[in-house]
Ligand binder design. Structure first.
Ligand code: SAM
Length: 187
């Protein structure tokens, strides 16, 4: 409960960049991670990790040789994430649009999955498009860009980049607010 209250306080102060006042529910997190093959050693990226509710679930499921790179622009959330004591995580105080240059700094070229909680509706269109395209470039073939949103407003942008037949959309009622999860596969 304390974590939820802390999230609420920080998120409401920064509603234009947080886009939500409640962390993801366990039902939403389950849907977000359901297509990830955690039996393999993976390079995963998380955008908008915030208080780490999704991050911690990913870490629980990841193999010992997998790596998770988190992007978070909020100072307080970034500081919280830095407290996670796990050798497999790298927390960056960076915007998601810098994915390519940040991966280069880490000597990484490609990623297997990107899990994104970015509030796309709050981010200028041009930046959204850049984030989606830059992320697609870094994904391996068959890699997934997994994004949740509270509406289908951004589906056309994903279709533009990934093609409709490579996008699987699921609805999660048990979340506040209810959410859509897009799984976009790079072919
Ligand atoms: C809805 S909250 C995500 C909360 C958490 N991941 C969850 O699912 O409960 C969105 C987060 O995205 C972060 N954010 C917004 N724009 C960003 C950007 N361009 N790059 C990285 N993080 C960003 C915000 O600071 C905020 O913490």
């Amino acid at each position: 409960m304390q974590k939820k209250i802390a999230f609420f306080k920080e998120a409401i102060k920064n509603i234009k960049t947080s886009g939500s006042v409640m962390p993801s529910s366990k039902f939403l997190i389950k849907k977000l991670l359901r297509k990830i093959d955690f039996t393999k050693d993976l390079i995963l990226v998380e955008y908008g990790a915030a208080n780490g509710v999704v991050t911690r679930e990913i870490l629980k499921k990841m193999s010992p040789n997998s790596k998770l790179i988190c992007f978070e622009i909020n100072d307080v959330f970034y500081a919280n994430l830095k407290e996670i004591d796990d050798k497999r995580i790298v927390v960056l105080h960076q915007s998601a649009e810098n994915i390519e240059s940040e991966l280069r700094k880490l000597n990484l070229k490609n990623i297997d999955y990107c899990i994104s909680s970015l509030p796309l509706a709050m981010i200028p269109n041009e930046i959204c498009k850049r984030i989606i395209l830059n992320t697609k470039k870094t994904l391996v073939t068959d890699g997934l860009f997994i994004q949740y949103q509270y509406s289908l407003q951004y589906l056309p942008h994903f279709k533009e980049s990934f093609d409709a037949e490579n996008i699987d959309t699921k609805f999660v009622l048990l979340n506040f607010p209810p959410a859509f999860v897009y799984n976009c596969k790079k072919m």
